[in-house]
Design a protein around this ligand. Structure first.
Ligand code: ADP
Ligand code: MG
Length: 240
């Protein structure tokens, strides 16, 4: 279980997280949603230790992760923008990452699964955006972790690879992994997320299941329900 406890973070004067408290259970996939710049990546990065909160705590299985690092071995992370040495070959990069993690990995299965075996001898520079993203996905998925964090995971992927990625995540849910996802793709949320954490103005504005969000707003699609939710938010703001 992952717990965020009253998490707060400022960048200079900009208050990005103003007290986020939330728990994510094993086997649960939670989608962190919100407008651009609302703090989704910042929240995710606190879990990875890439952003240090000013206040609050983050617990994994009851233990604080602040100032710790070993716990990161239990997280598979697919960053929004992955930066790797451009002149490295794909197979060298995969090898380097497996050596760094010292954990069993199933990169060969994933190389077949995403159909990238013909690119292993290519440099990263020579790859198309979509192929690069498949490699990034493999690097995030190849270790057996308890927690997976996906920041806009399927941006740039072709439709078939998107389906492959989603099917893989469905299996991870069956295997009781804890999954945190940010995405702008509504169908990804509908297909993968058990729950939506909608962040607005640095706080959790909405925290329910996809089904509840739709039914509460008397809508048939998640897309329309989200529009209504945001309209209500602006109306409420206008009244204050
Ligand atoms: P999101 O992922 O929801 O689009 P981010 O978490 O990336 O948003 O960013 C939230 C806000 O914090 C943005 O205004 C962004 O410019 C700012 N921000 C993020 N990281 C930093 C940083 N390292 N230094 C300064 N400002 C940052
Ligand atoms: Mg982001």
């Amino acid at each position: 279980m992952v717990q965020f406890v009253d998490l707060q973070k400022k960048f200079g004067k900009l208050e990005v997280l103003k007290g986020i408290s939330e728990e994510i259970m094993e086997g649960e996939c939670v989608a962190v949603l919100g407008p651009n710049g609302s703090g989704k990546s910042t929240l995710i990065k606190t879990l990875l230790g890439l952003v240090l909160p000013d206040k609050g705590d983050i617990l994994i299985e009851g233990k604080s992760i602040l100032k710790q690092h070993l716990y990161r071995n239990e997280i598979g992370y697919l960053p929004q923008i992955a930066q790797f040495p451009e002149n490295m070959k794909v197979k060298e990069l995969i090898r380097m990452i497996t050596l760094m993690r010292e954990k069993p990995s199933n990169e060969n299965d994933l190389i077949d699964y995403f159909g990238v075996s013909s690119f292993l001898d290519n440099t990263l520079r020579s790859l198309s955006g979509g192929t690069k993203q498949k490699i990034n996905a493999i690097l995030a998925l190849m270790f057996d972790c308890k927690i997976y964090v996906y920041d806009e995971p399927t941006v740039g992927l072709d439709p078939i690879s998107r389906v492959l990625f989603k099917n893989y995540v469905q299996q991870q849910k069956k295997d009781k992994k804890t999954i945190l996802l940010t995405t702008h793709l509504i169908n990804e949320v509908e297909e993968l997320a058990d729950r939506i954490l909608f962040i607005l103005d640095g706080k959790i504005y909405y925290n329910r299941s996809v089904k509840e969000l739709i039914s509460e707003h008397n809508e048939t699609s998640l897309e329309n329900a989200m529009v209504k939710m945001l309209e209500n938010h602006s109306k409420n703001k206008a009244h204050v």
